[in-house]
Ligand binder design. Structure first.
Ligand SMILES: *Cc1c(COP(=O)(O)O)cnc(C)c1O
Length: 246
């Protein structure tokens, strides 16, 4: 076995393990493994590791800071079919830069931000797929709009006119608990909200993506209807906690 292959093994093993668990959780929810998207959360990891994950077959990556990703993208531009998702809170003053760097913004949480992203995307002549972030646990310190808020209604009302910003679904980060079962009721509420919007507002938002579930609770999220799970630690290993809360 070549040295390169040996060096890649832990990552490849992690990915195989996660994929297997995604597959069995999908079966439990009456779906196929292929119906669940694995988004690899690469924040804090250097471009070399992202490339290794790409070489091991992953194509969809999530980052939570514009500045950090701006420093990594130059080394990754040749990975043409990779998708780069912004999954962290985005300030409106970074919207233009984010629209340039990312292909997807999974954390839209205000009409103001959506309008800025739309005009930046339109200036760039690109379509920027977005998800609405829902603060399902109503936590003060978390971003996202409340499920029953006027902010959510305003976003849904604005969506049809933001033509460079296809709205594709919802994203959430529920309150953290070591016990994944604690997340289940929130995941279920998200699925209900998702279905509700899909049935009531079919022209505003094409409800295709329900992004929920992280390393410790992605199987429960899939059982409750996630179509995309965002997995960092279980793919790349532990992050150094350098002043970053996640
Ligand atoms: C960091 C992060 C993740 C992944 O967390 P892990 O526990 O490492 O899997 C998922 N979603 C968001 C929004 C994140 O910031």
């Amino acid at each position: 076995m070549s040295l390169v292959v040996i060096a890649l093994m832990p990552l490849a093993e992690n990915i195989a393990h996660v994929r297997e668990r995604i597959g069995t959780a999908a079966l439990r929810s009456g779906r196929k493994a292929e119906e669940i998207t694995l988004l690899a959360v690469s924040k804090t990891f250097p471009p070399e590791q992202i490339r290794a994950a790409y070489d091991a077959g992953l194509r969809i990556f999530g980052e939570n800071r514009v500045q950090e990703f701006a420093g990594k993208i130059a080394a990754l531009r040749d990975l043409r079919d990779a998708e780069w998702h912004m999954i962290g809170h985005l300030q409106t003053n970074k919207a233009a830069q984010a629209a340039e760097l990312f292909s997807h913004i999974d954390s839209v949480d205000s009409v103001r931000l959506a309008r800025k992203l739309n005009s930046a995307a339109s200036d760039l002549g690109k379509k920027l797929s977005v998800l609405i972030e829902i603060n399902i646990g109503g936590e003060a310190a978390k971003s996202g709009v409340a499920p029953d808020s006027t902010e959510l209604q305003d976003l849904l009302n604005a969506a049809p006119e933001l033509t460079s910003l296809p709205f594709r679904g919802l994203m959430t980060v529920p309150p953290f608990s070591d016990d994944p079962e604690q997340s289940r009721p929130n995941f279920r509420k998200m699925r209900e909200l998702f279905n509700h919007i899909a049935s009531r507002r079919p022209s505003a938002v094409h409800m295709e993506v329900l992004s929920m579930g992280m390393s410790h609770d992605y199987e429960v999220a899939i059982e409750e209807g996630a179509t995309c799970v965002r997995v960092g630690t279980a793919v790349f290993g532990r992050r150094e906690s350098v002043g970053s809360k996640l």
